[in-house]
Ligand binder design. Structure first.
Ligand SMILES: O=C(O)CCC(=O)C(=O)O
Ligand SMILES: [Fe+2]
Length: 371
């Protein structure tokens, strides 16, 4: 009887044996196995897609900090950003109109010394338009005697990405302005620079933006010096320096007035590079009593990193800022007594691959007259 109640054992049909094939798995089982094996690769695939869209910056803040190390930002080159904005025209009235209405947001990095991160200081279109101006501008002769900037002349070295077709070779090896004597080319600065015309409507719109940011700390009669584009190719860098002079400079107009750079804006205009961060070794953020416990990268969405790269000599502590197009770092160089703050010493770290282009905006303040 018991036997009668048991389901009869039927041999697997020919069809099901065929479906299992030689491996003994059905196609559905094989598919499941493949998904199971490929599952660990999914986050990587998602990550690389999101990094192209910069979504990962937003996602970063939700990651626990131990995981952040596995998602070190920007290890591969994004596509050449000039390509999508190749036709941007610095003279376009619509660009200038948008420039006047532009808004940015800010995040304080450090109160003392004051360092502020500015998101979207320029739009992507403005960034590319300013670069175009750097390639195309020839300094008016009245500016060429300025001690801050050499006149544009050098021939462009071979680049990874071709400059815009209409460009002229206006990037010259970067110089360092000295308190006394002529500008000098030094080995610690291997980037190339190009001045921008102060009177160009786009440049003047960007300077108005910077002036508004400075509010009451820059008086209406205190000007900006000639904005300076700075371009880096692989290995190029700018070693530790301050942007202010240790002694105030004498105006060349015969007035005997003294001036210096009370603050700096460094704006990232092109970011298709690896490394090349702007590094402040003496600015420690979230580094209180209990050591370096704060989740800096998470807090700033991967835009601000801790200094210190394994195996890189001379890079310990502090903060560094990843090149991100349109974003800027603002800091105060000189206190209310006219004394320079050595804590804002900084460097443009060597670019790994690709191209980084930044913009220096330096307000100029007057500090009395020569004795
Ligand atoms: O390239 C950078 O990140 C910083 C450049 C800089 O500090 C400068 O040009 O004075
Ligand atoms: Fe600097």
């Amino acid at each position: 009887m018991a036997r009668l109640n048991q389901a009869p054992r039927t041999p697997p049909s020919l069809a099901s044996r065929r479906a299992r094939g030689k491996s003994g798995f059905t196609p559905l089982q094989l598919l499941g196995l493949a998904i199971f094996l490929l599952l660990p690769l999914l986050p990587i695939a998602l990550w690389s897609t999101s990094s192209k869209l910069n979504i990962h910056l937003k996602l970063l803040q939700f990651l626990p900090s131990p995981l952040l190390t596995y998602f070190s930002p920007r290890t591969t080159l994004p596509p050449n950003p000039a390509a999508d904005l190749a036709n941007v025209d610095p003279e376009d009235p619509a660009l200038l109109e948008a420039c006047r209405k532009h808004t940015s947001t800010t995040e304080i990095i450090s109160l003392d010394p004051l360092l502020v991160y500015i998101n979207n200081f320029t739009s992507a279109a403005e960034a590319e338009a300013l670069i175009k101006l750097g390639y195309a501008t020839t300094l008016p002769s009245s500016h060429s005697s300025s001690i801050q900037h050499p006149p544009p002349f050098a021939t462009l070295p071979p680049t990874l990405f071709n400059p815009p077709p209409h460009s002229s070779p206006d990037f010259a090896p970067s110089f360092i302005s000295r308190s006394h004597g002529p500008n000098t080319k030094v080995t610690g600065r291997t980037s190339e620079s190009a001045p921008l015309e102060l009177d160009h409507p786009l440049v003047s719109c960007i300077l108005t933006r910077a002036r508004r940011f400075m509010g009451s700390t820059l008086l209406p009669h205190e000007p900006f010096s000639i904005p300076q584009l700075v371009r880096y190719h692989p290995t190029q860098r700018y070693d530790l320096h301050t942007d202010f002079w240790p002694t105030h400079q004498i105006m060349k107009d015969g007035s005997g007035r003294l001036f210096n750079r009370p603050a700096s804006f460094f704006v990232f205009l092109r970011d298709n590079c690896t490394e090349g961060e702007t590094y402040f070794p003496l600015v420690d953020v979230l580094d209180g009593e209990d050591g370096r416990g704060g989740d800096l990268e998470g807090l700033f969405g991967g835009k601000v990193l801790r200094g210190g790269r394994e195996g890189v000599q001379g890079e310990e502590g502090g903060v560094k800022f990843r090149p991100i197009r349109g974003n800027a770092v603002f800091w105060v160089n000189i206190d209310g007594e006219g004394v320079g703050d050595r804590r804002v010493v900084h460097a443009g770290l060597p670019v790994g691959s690709g191209e980084k282009i930044g913009l220096n905006l330096w307000p100029r303040k007057f500090y009395g007259w020569r004795e």
